[in-house]
Design a protein around this ligand. Structure first.
Ligand code: ZN
Length: 174
């Protein structure tokens, strides 16, 4: 973006330098709009060339600016929808992890791993309600009474992972 702005400023400076000598002369106050591809009879060749070049530069600068704006807009839209889609996938993966826990615990571990990867890559933080469902040390999907124990500590809940022995506290409200 910084390089782009520099580039644009340079172009504009060039344009101003090229156009200003022609302002107010016999070509009219807006020479850019009047220049055709073919040199009118009686016009100086070098002046005509400079005007044509100036016009093409102005047009390319405008084109570049439009492209940049379109890109910025597309990025903004995709960022919002990207994190939304990522969050949907995270929820779906936790759903699957819960379904597969009894018969295939290794699959539920893998689903948790995928969900964490998706959330990290798309800058969509895992919601607090789901953070209680896995051990952030060993990545196991936790089910109360099977591979996890819950203990109330004041306003918090201490969750103890039986797979690796890690214990962490989460808010009881969620
Ligand atoms: Zn663990």
């Amino acid at each position: 973006m910084v390089i782009g702005t520099k580039f644009f400023k340079k172009r504009v400076r060039c344009l101003v330098a090229r156009i200003s000598p022609f302002q107010g002369d016999d070509m009219g106050s807006n020479p850019i709009g009047r220049i055709g591809r073919h040199r009118p009879a009686g016009a100086s060749k070098s002046r005509h060339c400079r005007l044509v070049r100036a016009r093409s530069l102005l047009l390319s600068a405008i084109g570049w600016l439009c492209k940049k704006l379109i890109l910025i807009e597309a990025n903004m839209v995709s960022k919002n929808s990207r994190s939304k889609i990522a969050l949907e996938r995270v929820y779906r993966l936790f759903e699957l992890a819960e379904q597969e826990f009894v018969l295939h615990p290794e699959r539920s571990r893998r689903y948790v791993e995928l969900a964490r990867k998706i959330s990290m890559r798309n800058k969509a933080p895992i919601p607090a309600e789901l953070k209680k469902l896995f051990c952030k040390k060993c990545g196991a999907f936790l089910v109360k009474g099977k591979n996890a124990e819950e203990k109330a500590v004041g306003e918090l809940v201490e969750i103890h992972c039986k797979e690796c022995g890690f214990a962490f506290k989460k808010s009881a409200a969620q």
